[in-house]
Ligand binder design. Structure first.
Ligand code: NAD
Length: 523
């Protein structure tokens, strides 16, 4: 049904990033870093249909830069509670689905105001919980604000009358309905932005959800729940549950009342979920929809005509920003042989100049990796690197508490090597030599992934060729392959990188809607 908007919204614009070189903003961030420590011993309940539940068994998320520091105590839910959460979402669905789109959008806009007001506090908590630098944490919160603002507007657009071809003797219309109960399963690496975006896109479209944050970043989930409660979101629309990913997530995915699963995370878990969702459970009346955004093995291609300085800067920023723990991180630099040594020398120099340190320090550019498992994995791949390439920068764990690993570069890696094919999700870059730009493009396309890519060249026809043939969901010409902005760079991958849902784009809400066509005979 179309409806009249109860408010006029200005056009969407991206939330600006904070300039921490200003003494006032730097002081505000320092104060926030101090203040949020007061939260660290708190215990957070599960929220099901507005009811606050404590299970008697808790677990913690911790600071990867200082593992003895606990960020909060969270409930360990079991399968029964996960089922209860899905049932609560199911019970809340009919009323929420009939709530006008403009009312649903207003909750997001109010939430955006609250996030703006708590920007420094949320960014500070994120610095401790996942080890982001100030700028990365600020960007994450800004992206969450963007998602709230963008999806609110998008829902208003989708609730307007949809274009339809006139037909004699009939009055026709098509409009969008929500799907039902959604399982929302985000990763820890954009612990606020992705969690907020995935949850609120589903909610504003009229669905009710069970949100299970990643175990590494549960405080970010708890803060989001506080905000949605403060804006008065009806009980049961957003149910929040913490626990073991496989156990609780497994129940959410396999429940017969679950209508869709919105997942962002690793390839292996995404494929498992996709397989599980394909099986019909007794009592299930629909084909479950899976929106899965997964990993990457993203490449930067540099040809002999490129601005080599800009290319090397782009490679290093995209390889080591947030310690390489972005799905969009550059983990392969593919350089044509005539300029390979020059680019390699610049990459080594820029990598060695990066400041490693505790992310509470505003000067730290590279912080810790997320946990022990990740540290072990990164060090294992560094081991492979010694077999498959030539170590030219980094390569070691720092001798200090926390999961700090040096930004690491291996040169002369073969295109088929493990280091060139498998996602490491840490600060490790493989440099690969190509005969020419076409060969480089071939190498770039030759992995099972297809998420982001960058192509540096001064030649217009080559840029055009990359535009057409570099098979990734997000391609960047003459700039780095990280840093997608909501509304500007709709985000999602090809191949095993995902279902190409294009978060932050005009198609995204369609993932959470189904269209109904109605024909009335007239005359
Ligand atoms: P992960 O797959 O380990 O976990 C993701 C989520 O799934 C977590 O909430 C986890 O608790 C849950 N989970 C784990 N096992 C489950 C199971 N059996 N059933 C249901 N849920 C389960 O991934 P991660 O370590 O949190 O995130 C890193 C990965 O995410 C990387 O591969 C990265 O590339 C990818 N990622 C992709 C995008 C994208 O947009 N394509 C964005 C961010 C991160």
């Amino acid at each position: 049904m179309s409806e009249t908007l109860s408010f006029n919204l200005p056009e969407f614009v991206n939330e600006p990033f904070t300039d921490f070189s200003q003494p006032t903003t730097a002081a505000a961030m320092q104060a926030a870093l101090q203040q949020v420590t007061a939260r660290f011993e708190k215990e957070y309940p599960i929220t099901i249909a507005g009811e606050k539940i404590q299970t008697g068994s808790t677990f913690t998320s911790y600071n990867p830069a200082a593992p003895e520091q606990t960020l909060g105590r969270f409930q360990m839910a079991d399968a029964t509670l996960a089922e209860k959460a899905v049932e609560a979402a199911w019970a809340a669905f009919p009323a929420w689905a009939k709530t006008p789109a403009s009312t649903r959008a207003e909750y997001l806009l109010k939430a955006s105001d609250l996030v703006k007001a708590r920007k420094f506090e949320i960014a500070a908590a994120m610095v401790y919980e996942v080890g982001k630098s100030w700028a990365e944490a600020d960007g994450d919160v800004a992206e969450a604000i963007d998602f709230l603002e963008f999806y609110a507007r998008e829902m208003l657009r989708y609730s307007e009358p949809q274009p339809i071809t006139p037909y004699p003797g009939e009055a026709n219309e098509a409009f969008y309905l929500p799907l039902g109960v959604g399982a929302i399963i985000p990763p820890w690496n954009f612990p606020f932005a992705i969690l907020v975006g995935m949850s609120t896109a589903a909610i504003v479209a009229g669905n009710t959800v069970v949100l299970k944050p990643a175990e590494e970043s549960m405080l970010m989930g708890a803060i989001f729940v506080e905000i949605m409660e403060e804006v008065g979101l009806p009980a049961g629309v957003l149910n929040f549950i913490t626990g073991d990913g496989a156990e609780v997530g497994g129940v959410m995915v396999n429940h017969p009342l679950t209508r869709f699963i919105s997942f962002t995370g690793s390839k292996d878990v995404g494929l498992l979920i996709s397989e599980q969702a394909a099986k019909r459970i007794p009592g299930q009346r629909w084909i479950k929809r899976v929106i899965a955004e997964l990993g990457g093995k993203d490449a930067t291609v540099v040809d002999e005509t490129a601005d080599l300085e800009a290319a090397a800067s782009g490679i290093v920023a995209a390889a080591f920003g947030f310690q390489g723990q972005k799905c969009s991180a550059c983990s392969r630099a593919i350089v044509v042989e005539s300029v390979y040594d020059q680019v390699l020398a610049k990459v080594i120099e820029k990598t060695k100049a990066l400041q490693i340190g505790d992310p509470t320090d505003p000067l730290a550019q590279v912080g810790p990796v997320i946990n022990q498992e990740s540290e072990d994995k990164v060090l294992r791949y560094i081991g492979y690197g010694h077999e498959e390439g030539r170590l030219v920068a980094g390569g070691h764990k720092l001798d200090r508490p926390g999961h700090f690993i040096e930004p690491t570069v291996f040169a002369d890696v073969a295109p088929e090597a493990r280091l060139a094919q498998e996602e490491v999700f840490g600060p490790v870059l493989a440099m690969i030599k190509a005969k020419d730009y076409r060969h480089a493009l071939e190498i770039a396309n030759n992995t099972p992934f297809g998420l982001t890519g960058a192509f540096y060249s001064a030649r217009e026809e080559r840029l055009q060729e990359a535009r057409d043939d570099f098979f990734v969901g997000n391609l960047y010409l003459n700039r780095k392959c990280t840093g997608a902005l909501v509304g500007v760079h709709p985000f999602g991958g090809f191949n095993l990188s995902g279902t190409d849902s294009k978060a932050g784009g005009h198609d995204y809400l369609l993932n959470f809607l189904q269209a109904k066509s109605v024909t009335r005979k007239i005359g």
